[in-house]
Design a binder for this molecule. Sequence first.
Ligand code: C2E
Ligand code: MG
Ligand code: MG
Length: 572
Amino acid sequence: MKVLVVDDDAVDRERLKRLLKGPDIAITEATTVDEGVEAYNLDHFDMVLLDYRMPQRDGIEMLRELRCLPRESSVAIVMMSTCEDEELALECLKSGAQDFIPKNEISRSRLMRAIAHSHTRFELEKELWASYRQVKQMAERDALTGLANRYLFDETLKLAVTGNVRNEHKVALILFDIDNFKFINDTYGHDIGDLMLKRAVDRVRSCLRGDELFCRLGGDEFAIAVANCKDIKTANSIATRVKNIFIKPYQIEGQNISSSISIGIAIHPDNANTASDLYKQADIAMYRAKRKGKNCICFFESQMQKQFSHRFLVEQDLRDSDFDNDLFLLYQPILSGKTQQIIGGEALLRWHYNGKVNTPDKFISIAEDSHLILEIGEWVASNAFKQLAEWDKSLSPDLFISINLSPKQLSEKNLVNFISSEIDKYQLNPANIQLEITETAFLGNASQIIRSINGLHELGCRVALDDFGTGFSSISHLRVFPIDTVKIDKSILPEDSAEGKSNALFSGLCTMLHALGLKVTVEGVETKEQLELCSSMHIDNMQGYFFSKPISVEAFSSYFNTKKKLRKVNQK
Ligand code: C2E
Ligand code: MG
Ligand code: MG
């Protein structure tokens, strides 16, 4: 055993040496605290016997210095003093000594006992410390990335905000999440998803200075808190660096994965006074970044708070509404391009709310964010199918109905079963049902969406791709999915024939879609000129205000019957 004796009194040192004498004990002497610290740093000791009272610096100073070192490299310490004061003994024990012996009690057996006890106590303390560290790590760290977790984040953000009492600087909270991470997980599997999260964390770390708090709040959501932020520009430049670090695709297990992030930023004290408000505002800003089309940075603005509260209120009211009383469907006639007869109708949803009739732009995206769209979607399908069964008898068995499906509905396992059971319930011909999907669906839960689209097609329903020309209009989707019809968005239809480029785009698009064997429906036909353009392009079906706006069931029936009579007259 190697023992370091630190004592300024030569007589006491000699006495200790004599008492400890033995083949297993090697003693090193130091006469001051400075000498003691130097000796300690040069060698490894099992035990330090430390005198309390010494000139220049007291033994307790050395004790405290040694206790500041990492536990693993620390050592058992026995303090000694000529004084028998109990308070002094307690102070030494509190400061980290394992034992305290008054010098007048020192004997070989007392010393050996103190050394043995101190040693065992010190080892136990070390074990306790290690398990404390482990528990702390588990409580505060995210197991996958090793980043601080939500608990540590909340605590640290609170401290940073409350510590900024005089608002001398700013605390910036940067929240971000990976765009379409669910898609990545679903497409490549969770193991690759996890690896990507780890790589993303390494990349982000590499562009931070290190004094920020970077943590994983859960899933693919992360936060960076910058406690001493000079100004908004600093927060913006950190966020921009983080955003740009995602540009390069990830190479993981042979897969080339592209991704981007949406970032929301809120600043204390500018936007919020408390940590929880700051988090809410940054979350609202991030939500806004997502809605702006992802891959961008949004700072919180008070206007957002208003819009957020509005959306929240609308969501509550929509949840509380009685669908059968408050929701209703209008039908927009769909006409054959060849005969200009009504061949079907698109069901378009309306909501009686706040004394007004509200169009889908006021509530569909809110319903989608809150999953209410699933219930609403079922209500729409069920009511539209019931209507088709009535038309079947009262108007014509050849009419078809078209309903809009939200990507959220397509991500549901139950969708195909539901549609199938409703078809059975109303005894419909599935070929008279068209389901409209939008390209945003392809960004979601890919495997489930593919299953849903294939399932609907296998039921015998028609699948139409709606609003073509507004999104990313990928041709590959048209080949991969069983799509029967493409609905060209009204924004693509030229307003007048003088628009050379628009005309070329429109006619090129129609030719390409026909060449792919797809049926083409043009939406938003408003003028005779547009109708003629559609006719010249042999468009299959048309829809638009030129023929009719979305109308009630009664108006639809009378429009259908008038058209039918007109046709008969013309034929005569
Ligand atoms: P959409 O499916 O593309 O429907 C066509 C929209 O264009 C309708 O707006 C219709 O009123 C409007 N429109 C039709 N012809 C013309 C025209 O000639 N000129 C102009 N300027 N507009 C025309 P609406 O009814 O406000 O619906 C908007 C969108 O809301 C729909 O676009 C659809 O994406 C969504 N939506 C409507 N009903 C439902 C529903 O039941 N479920 C879901 N998930 N979405 C729905
Ligand atoms: Mg539609
Ligand atoms: Mg459309």
